[in-house]
Design a binder for this molecule. Structure first.
Ligand code: GLC
Ligand code: GLC
Length: 795
């Protein structure tokens, strides 16, 4: 079994010890609106605010070799050309190490006695990446080396950059100063932004024209200039602008040289774009270069970044006897929640940054992972999302982060969407106690003048689902529910048609048990909220919830588990009567979390059935047995080969629903087993099998019916992050934020049931020692009061 790395808990880093990982293992940098993706070989790109419209570095998703393009340092030492991160030259190194930390990445390479340590991070204060390279001569003879720092510019719109070559190849423009290269394509016309790559010393040569640097038919692995130790001093006019900066260095034995680079992005006011006709105003860039011009300044900025993460991750920590649990809870799960909140589903190594904006449903769920860390940003996000809602409670499925405007690019009319606004808002309220958000005026579809209170938006959301019922009194599914691929009103036979955007067939009555469960769970929360507010609508919400529970018991129970849906014609989906996909996970999770029929034993039975039919070595699959052929009446779900994605994959996002339901039902061992199966730190899959990063959750791990069960895909940007966080923090460790305090109600095997939690809750700090006894599971309520508290809790 190959190992490619290990956790370093003390420094909150994952240490990669071989560059040839089974798939690029990446990290993210950025905390505000400038973000970067960086792989373990320094591949990747950055953008400001929007990965589609303000892409700064070019990146080729389908390129070969994989992960070509990034911030590359080339070192020419004698006849050898190498990179500290191994790629792109792939010259064998004497030492390689990549450390992905919280918002930064260090890559260190050594070759022939020359060590190159690089640090990459996005500082808190500026829209830039800072790159610091330290070259140390560890040999016993002097070295004359040439260092090249290289990036390739994207012509801003990442989509047209890959399509509109008849235009693009004529538009590229740059400016060159002795220590910086400026990318200013389209700045002459409507753009008011440019990018730059500058150094804290003058370079000895440069190129800005890609072909001059690389050679027409060479790849990044063989730049002719670097191979020859020269520069063409080329100024790009059209074609492909790059920044390649050369530094000639003499290093005595034992000597170290440090260079600092800033890869920055600047927006200028319209009336201050130029300093002379055609010449960009570089004031802001010069300020940024100055801010990171010395090692001391870089150290200070880096320390500030570390303090930022210390603060965020210091709000919830656990000390247990299970190191895998501690590192997941204290570091990687919370970190992934932050990244997923920042990125939504836009930019990863599986999301191209041009496809999807912020999802209504996804972004609401993401809140559950971050509201304890960045409540103010959660507040703003809720208001932004709510502002894309329509007056009838429906909503755009996504909105663009740059404009905050909704669009129908990936469809609309998903039956579950409105309920997630209640989910997100309740999570915010319980964490913060900030009820003032409910009074905020929020427009519909961003139309000024249409504002109503956020509370009214929630009511409209609830009503939308409560009144949109089908023949069995269950919620209409619309285009789909949480499962985007269950397209029951669609019937597509045209491969050029998108399942998400084709016109649904009129008259569809397809109903969803997943939405029914969600409706009951969120409806109970909503009723509780309204009761606290003394709002008269509470009782009608309660009765709608009761009616839904009755409908589920009457029409949604299959004998051993909950049905999944009724199709367009009223046929059952997810029933023992079906030939395939007799059981689905979503309705077991949601109906059991909603405790529908718990008294009659329905939840216990449903969960046992999930274990029996859906559990495999690596987690719980979505449906079983998977569909073996395309069934046009079910839509995209059956378009996937068996064992993948929504057709029998382990769609990790929904596993915590079952785990939470198991915890609610008191099934301690089942909850723990499911949790350890999907949590990568427990190392269920070898690195070679899992393929993707061992420190973050995947959207999907191939299921039992796949060709390679256990193979991970779509790492990083997934609702799995927030849901596993909710699951482990609230239901396994059992620290549940409530309107008036913290409810401690763990569900963890007794042998791990003694642990300490530090929890910041509003302006209070709680240090809680939990001791579970075999008399459990019990619970203890800790009322909120400001200040610091040290508590022993025995449950
Ligand atoms: C993807 C989508 C999410 C959806 C899920 C299941 O993760 O981002 O919105 O719920 O797939 O289809
Ligand atoms: C789900 C799937 C994703 C697909 C989307 C729209 O989110 O997981 O693969 O792109 O639905 O069909």
């Amino acid at each position: 079994m190959n190992s490619y790395g290990h956790f370093d808990d003390a420094s909150r880093e994952y240490v990669i010890t071989r560059p040839d990982t089974p798939w690029p293992w990446i990290n993210y940098m950025g905390t505000g609106d400038f973000f970067s993706l960086i792989s373990n070989t320094a591949g990747g790109y950055c953008f400001c605010r929007d990965a589609k419209f303000r892409r700064i570095l070019r990146y080729r998703y389908n390129g070969v070799p994989m992960d070509a393009g990034g911030r590359y340092f080339y070192i020419k030492d004698g006849d050898t050309l190498w990179n500290p991160g191994w790629k792109p030259c792939r010259t064998p190194l004497d030492f390689y190490e990549c450390r992905h930390g919280m918002g930064y990445t260090r890559i260190c390479g050594e070759k022939d006695g020359l060590r190159a340590e690089s640090l990459f991070f996005v500082p808190l204060e500026h829209r830039c990446e800072v790159h610091r390279v330290k070259l140390s001569n560890r040999s016993d003879h002097p070295k004359t080396v040439r260092l090249y720092a290289f990036v390739e510019w994207c012509l801003w719109n990442a989509s047209t950059d890959m399509e509109n070559f008849q235009r693009n190849l004529s538009t590229g423009e740059v400016e060159v100063q002795p220590d910086a290269i400026y990318h200013k394509t389209e700045y002459r016309e409507r753009r008011n932004h440019y990018a730059f790559y500058g150094a804290n010393r003058h370079f000895d040569g440069f190129d800005t024209d890609r072909e001059t640097f690389l050679g027409m038919y060479n790849g990044f692995d063989a730049p002719v200039q670097a191979l020859a130790g020269t520069s063409g001093n080329s100024v790009a006019h059209g074609w492909s602008p790059v920044a390649a900066e050369r530094f000639d260095l003499e290093l005595a034995p034992g000597a170290t040289e440090e260079l600092i680079f800033v890869l920055g992005y600047v927006e200028n006011p319209a009336d201050a774009k130029f300093s002379a006709p055609g010449v960009i105003n570089k004031t802001a860039a010069r300020e940024m270069l100055e801010a990171y011009s010395t090692g001391v300044r870089v150290d200070a900025a880096f320390a500030a970044l570390r303090a930022y993460w210390d603060d965020l991750l210091g709000r919830f920590t656990v000390a247990s006897d299970v190191p895998e649990l501690d590192r997941t809870v204290n570091v990687w799960n919370q970190y992934q929640c932050m990244i997923t909140f920042f990125m939504s589903r836009s930019a990863s190594y599986f999301e191209s940054g041009i496809g999807r904006g912020m999802g209504f449903r996804d972004s609401n769920q993401d809140l559950a992972g971050i509201v304890h860390m960045i409540p103010d940003r959660a507040r703003q996000r809720i208001l932004d999302i709510a502002a894309t809602q329509f007056p009838d409670g429906g909503c755009y499925h996504q909105y663009q982060p740059l404009t905050k405007r909704g669009n129908n690019d990936i469809g609309g009319g998903f039956g579950d969407d409105p309920l997630w606004l209640i989910f997100g808002t309740v999570a915010y309220l319980k964490e913060t106690g900030d009820f003032s958000i409910l009074d905020e005026p929020v427009p519909f579809d961003n139309v000024p003048g249409s504002e109503v209170s956020l509370l009214e938006h929630l009511k409209i959301s609830f009503r939308r689902v409560a009144t949109g019922l089908g023949p069995h009194g269950l919620p209409l599914i619309g285009r789909a529910d949480w499962n985007d691929c269950l397209n029951l009103n669609c019937f597509s036979l045209d491969p050029d048609e998108s399942f998400q955007t084709t016109e649904n067939v009129a008259g569809g009555q397809a109903e969803s048990l997943m939405i029914a469960g969600l409706f009951v769970a969120e409806g109970k929360d909503f009723a509780e909220l309204l009761e606290r507010l003394g709002d008269a609508d509470a009782s009608s919400v309660r009765s709608a919830v009761c009616a839904m529970e009755d409908s589920v018991k009457k029409h949604g129970w299959d004998g051993e588990w909950f049905l999944r849906a009724y199709d367009f014609h009223g046929g059952k989906i997810g029933s023992r009567e079906c030939d395939e996909s007799k059981i689905f996970i979503e309705s077991q999770g949601w109906c059991a979390m909603a405790r529908i029929g718990a008294g009659e034993g329905l939840c216990d039975k449903a969960l046992d059935s999930a274990v029996k039919h859906l559990e495999c070595e690596h987690g719980l699959v979505l449906n079983a047995p998977a569909f073996s052929s395309y069934l046009y009446q079910y839509g995209e779900i059956s378009s996937y080969p068996q064992g993948y994605k929504e057709n029998g994959g382990i769609f990790c996002h929904n596993n915590p629903w079952v785990i939470i339901a198991e915890a609610m039902a008191g099934h301690v061992e089942d909850a723990w087993r499911h949790y350890t199966k999907i949590t990568p730190a427990f190392g269920r899959q070898s690195h070679d099998l899992r393929k993707v990063e061992p420190y973050v959750f995947c959207q999907m791990v191939a299921g039992a019916e796949a060709a390679r069960p256990g193979e991970g895909k779509n790492s990083w940007l997934t609702g799995t992050a927030a849901w596993t966080w909710k699951c482990v923090s609230e239901f396994i460790l059992g620290v549940k934020p409530q309107y008036d305090g913290l409810l401690i109600e763990p569900c963890i095997p007794l042998k791990y049931g003694t642990y300490r939690i530090h929890r910041r809750f509003r302006d209070a700090e709680y240090d809680i020692s939990v001791r579970c006894t075999d008399g459990g599971p019990g619970k203890v309520f800790i009322p909120y009061s400001p200040g610091g508290h040290v508590l022993e809790v025995t449950v």
